[in-house]
Write a protein that binds this ligand. Structure first.
Ligand code: TXA
Ligand code: MG
Length: 330
């Protein structure tokens, strides 16, 4: 059997808008230039598009992604701004600053973007990204366009070399002017915490808000990429369940039925056809829904480890870990 290697098309920013739009509207991903680094973008309201981002990056985990917006109106539909965060948006947007904010309920953001968190990281990029989002009319989820464990790409050629055989389009905007990722901050009451240093200097933020930024992690959580801060259900989680016990809800996968499935308090199937991309896009929403059923335990069927299965299993094993013992991981 001969695997056909897909090699991405590369288009200059001036000629890429329509093609990028078509791919995003079809639930596919596109590598785009931003002022910081290249981003691997997908429609933030489309679970399959978001799952494809993780798939293309080969991410072993579902870290929450930044949602990119075109303007303040779009940002306000997605998140609730406190006065300090609004002041920073006015000062630095569009630009290399990301704000972590509470989500507005019903904002349409797919839960895989935020890994089930009730906060969301928002950024308004300059240039092509902004134009694309405005044209699409929907926010774009975009991590840096590099495969997991590699450094962020700052040229279209670097994206091609790394991800060229797993995506369809790289939009070439030349070398990114900032060259490192955005600064991430989050309001904590009347103060702001620096979650990740980046393209906007901390001093410049401090000058705008007139106070020093809090630094370091709050009790080991909230740090970017640390999964201990992610959604943990109220119910216990039992993995590799081949059967359903009294009082349990069932999170199924594939078309075989677990023994005693009729007993389940509630039951959802991540993907009847066994499609891991579909399963990834359903994971957080289904965990939350089964949690709301009031079951004491969510029994989860075995999920294969290939492709996105590794990230799904990573997330599930964290949800199943003893609650007083969850350690943040770097
Ligand atoms: O410059 C950038 O920020 C680039 C361009 C493409 O926009 N994007 C980028 O994305 O660096 P990524 O996925 O590589 O890093 C996003 C960071 C992660 O460390 C993640 O944990 C953090 O943002 N993050 C996302 N949502 C969060 C949330 N709700 N709370 C805390 N941290 C969050
Ligand atoms: Mg990154």
């Amino acid at each position: 059997i001969c695997e056909v290697t897909r090699v991405a098309e590369i288009l200059a920013v001036g000629e890429a808008l329509e093609r990028a739009l078509a791919l995003l509207q079809g639930g596919d991903v596109v590598a785009i230039p931003t002022e910081t680094v290249y981003g691997l973008a997908g429609d933030a309201t489309n679970g399959i598009g978001v799952a494809r981002i993780f798939e293309a990056k080969g991410r072993p985990r579902f870290n929450p992604l930044i949602a990119h917006v075109a303007d303040m109106a779009m940002a306000e539909r997605i998140a609730v701004f406190d006065p300090l965060s609004r002041k920073l948006a006015q000062a630095f947007w569009p630009g290399p600053l990301t704000l972590v904010l509470p989500q507005r309920p019903g904002n349409g953001i797919h839960p895989l973007v935020t890994a089930g968190l009730d906060t969301i990281a928002l950024r308004m990029p300059r240039g092509f990204g902004g134009d694309l989002i405005a044209k699409l009319g929907r926010p774009l989820a975009a991590p840096s366009a590099n495969s997991s464990g590699k450094i962020s790409a700052t040229t279209a050629q670097a994206v091609m070399a790394d991800l060229g055989d797993s995506i369809r389009l790289v939009v070439d905007g030349g070398a990114t002017p900032v060259g490192l990722e955005s600064t991430i901050v989050k309001a904590e009451g009347e103060r702001l915490r620096l979650l990740r240093p980046g393209g906007v200097a901390a001093e410049d933020i401090e000058a705008v808000v007139g106070a020093e930024l809090l630094r370091g992690h709050k009790a080991g959580i909230e740090a970017p990429g640390m999964l201990a801060s992610h959604y943990a259900p109220g119910a216990a989680v039992r993995l590799n369940a081949g059967n359903v016990e009294e009082g349990e809800a069932l999170l199924a996968f594939g078309d075989r039925r677990a023994e005693g499935w009729r007993r389940a308090v509630a039951s959802l199937n991540l993907s009847v056809s066994g499609d891991l991309r579909e399963a990834a896009s359903n994971l957080f929403a289904y965990m939350q829904e089964l949690d709301r059923s009031g079951a004491r335990t969510i029994a989860v069927e075995t999920i294969p480890f290939d492709g996105l299965g590794e990230a799904i299993n990573d997330r599930l094993s964290r949800a199943a870990a003893p609650r007083d013992n969850i350690q943040p991981t770097p």
